[in-house]
Ligand binder design. Structure first.
Ligand code: UDP
Length: 413
C-alpha cells in the first residue's frame, strides 16, 4: 500500500479567530452537506515544496468539518523523478525533448501502473496533484470515484511534446483545477475546469505568531548581526526561483548599503533530483561572502526557523522567473514583511495595489527596489500591513478548502 501521511484533525474555532467569517460559515455548511465523504489527495512527496505544505494543513481542516480526508504519496526512484522533474520544467515552458524516447515514456507509465496497484481505492473522490501521478486513473478499473487533476505550476505555455504526452491522461479525469484561467492549456478538453488559488495555514508552525524579538534572537544565534539589514529568499533549489538572480541583486544592493546580509533558505524534496547540483553551485557562492548564508531543511532549518526568518527580515525576496503561485510570498506578507518578487505566474495575484510596484523583471530592478525599501522603514511598514490584509481576505487555507468542497459537491451531487 502507498504511504498515508499521518495527520490529525483541525479545530475550526481557531480558524474563526483569523479567517473571513463568511468563508468559514460556508465551509462548515459544505462540510455538513458532504459529511463522511471520503476524499484522498495524492502527490509525490510528503515534504519540500508548496503542495506538501498545502496538504499538511488542508487535510486537518477538511477533517475538522466532517470530511474523511487523507493523503497518499506515490513512490518513485531517481530515474522516475528525473523524468517527472523534466515534465514539471516542460509544463513551465522548458524544452524536454527526451520525452520523445519510448524508454522514458515507458518508465513513466510503468511507475504509474505500479503505484495504481498500491493505491488504497476506498475513497469517493481523488485529487491527483501535478504531473507525477497524472496517469494513475488510466491504470485503474472503472470505479465510482470522481477524479480531479490539480495542476500547481504555470502551464500556460507548456512544451508541446510533454503536454501532448500528458494531456490524454489528464483528460481521463472528471475535472481539472488550475491556479488561474491563464494557466489552462488552450487545447485541454475536459467536462469541468475550475480555478482556485493556493493558500497558507495561519495556525501552522510556519505561520503562527512569534514575537519579532524572539525571531531576531534566533537568527542572531545562527550568525547574523541583528543590527544590520537582512533580506531573505525561501524556496526549493530550483532554476525557476532564480536564486542566482537574487544573489546578483543582493550584490548590487550591497554597493549602496554595505551592511546588508542575505539568507537563502532552500529545501530538498525527494521528488526533485535537480536540487543537489543547484545547492552545490550556491554553496560555492556562499563561501565567498561572509554576509551571505545558505541554509536548508537538511541542516535543521525547518518550519519554525523559516517563520523566524520571514518575520525577522527587513525584506523578503522571491525573484522567480516562473511561479505557480509562490506560497512564500503569502507567508511573508502574512507576517507583515514586505516582498520584492518576480513578475511571474501566480505572484502578481498576491501583490496587488501598492505592492505591485515591487514586482520586478530584472536583477537591476530587484536591486533598486531592495535598496529603496531598506532605506524607507515607513514604506516597509505600510506595505507589510497592506500585504497582511490581502492574505487575510484571499489566501488563507479556509478559502481553499471551501473552494475545493464547492467543486467536489458539484461533482458528487
Ligand atoms: N519551504 C520551506 N523550507 C525551505 C524552502 C521552502 O519550508 O527551505 C516551504 C515554503 O515555506 C513554502 C513551500 O516550501 O511553504 C514552497 O511553496 P511555493 O509555493 O513558494 O513554491 P513551490 O515549492 O511549490 O514551487
Amino acid at each position: 500500500m502507498l504511504h498515508k501521511i499521518s495527520l490529525g484533525s483541525g479545530d475550526i474555532s481557531k480558524y474563526r479567530m483569523v479567517a473571513v467569517k463568511k468563508v468559514i460559515d460556508e465551509l462548515v455548511s459544505l462540510g455538513e452537506e458532504l459529511k463522511g465523504l471520503r476524499v484522498c489527495h495524492v502527490n509525490s512527496t510528503p515534504f519540500g515544496g508548496g503542495v506538501a505544505e498545502l496538504l499538511a494543513c488542508q487535510i486537518p481542516l477538511m477533517r475538522a468539518v466532517g470530511i474523511q480526508a487523507d493523503w497518499q504519496v506515490i513512490r518513485g526512484d531517481h530515474t522516475f523523478f528525473t523524468i517527472t522533474k523534466g515534465f514539471h520544467n516542460a509544463l513551465q515552458g522548458a524544452v524536454f525533448s527526451e520525452i520523445e524516447s519510448e524508454r522514458m515514456k515507458g518508465t513513466y507509465r510503468a511507475n504509474n501502473q505500479e503505484n495504481a496497484q498500491e493505491l488504497d481505492l476506498n475513497y469517493d473522490v481523488f485529487i491527483v496533484n501535478d504531473p507525477q501521478p497524472a496517469a494513475l486513473r488510466h491504470y485503474l478499473p472503472e470505479n465510482k470515484a470522481k477524479w480531479i487533476w490539480r495542476c500547481h505550476v504555470d502551464s500556460s505555455n507548456p512544451s508541446e511534446a510533454v503536454w501532448n504526452f500528458l494531456r490524454p491522461y489528464v483528460e481521463e479525469h472528471d475535472a481539472a483545477v488550475f491556479t488561474t484561467r491563464e494557466f489552462v492549456p488552450k487545447d485541454l478538453n475536459m467536462p469541468k475546469i475550475a480555478t482556485m488559488t493556493p493558500a497558507i495555514c495561519p495556525l501552522s508552525s510556519k505561520n503562527m505568531f512569534i514575537e519579532r524579538n524572539v525571531c531576531r534572537e534566533l537568527i542572531a544565534n545562527m550568525g547574523f548581526d541583528p543590527q544590520r539589514p537582512l533580506i531573505t529568499q525561501v524556496s526549493r533549489f530550483d532554476r525557476w526561483k532564480d536564486p542566482f538572480g537574487t544573489i546578483a541583486a543582493y550584490k548590487l544592493a550591497k554597493e549602496e548599503i554595505p551592511g546588508v546580509q542575505l539568507a537563502l533558505i532552500g529545501s530538498f524534496a525527494p521528488d526533485d533530483p535537480e536540487a543537489w547540483d543547484m545547492h552545490a553551485a550556491l554553496s560555492s557562492e556562499a563561501i565567498k561572502d561572509d554576509d551571505f548564508y545558505l541554509f536548508s531543511n537538511l541542516t535543521g532549518v525547518g518550519n519554525m526557523e523559516v517563520n523566524a526568518f520571514q518575520r525577522a527580515s527587513d525584506v523578503v525576496v522571491q525573484k522567480s522567473i516562473r511561479e505557480g503561485f509562490g506560497l512564500v510570498v503569502a507567508e511573508a506578507l502574512w507576517k507583515e514583511t514586505p516582498v520584492v518578487a518576480g513578475n511571474a505566474g501566480g505572484i502578481p495575484l498576491q501583490m496587488t495595489g501598492e505592492l505591485s510596484d515591487y514586482l520586478v523583471n530584472s536583477v537591476e530592478e530587484c536591486a533598486d527596489k531592495l535598496v529603496y525599501l531598506l532605506q524607507n522603514p515607513d514604506v516597509r511598514e505600510r506595505l507589510g500591513k497592506a500585504g497582511k490584509r490581502i492574505v487575510q481576505r484571499n489566501f488563507l487555507i479556509s478559502r481553499l478548502a471551501r473552494d475545493e468542497l464547492r467543486l467536489i459537491k458539484s461533482l458528487v451531487s
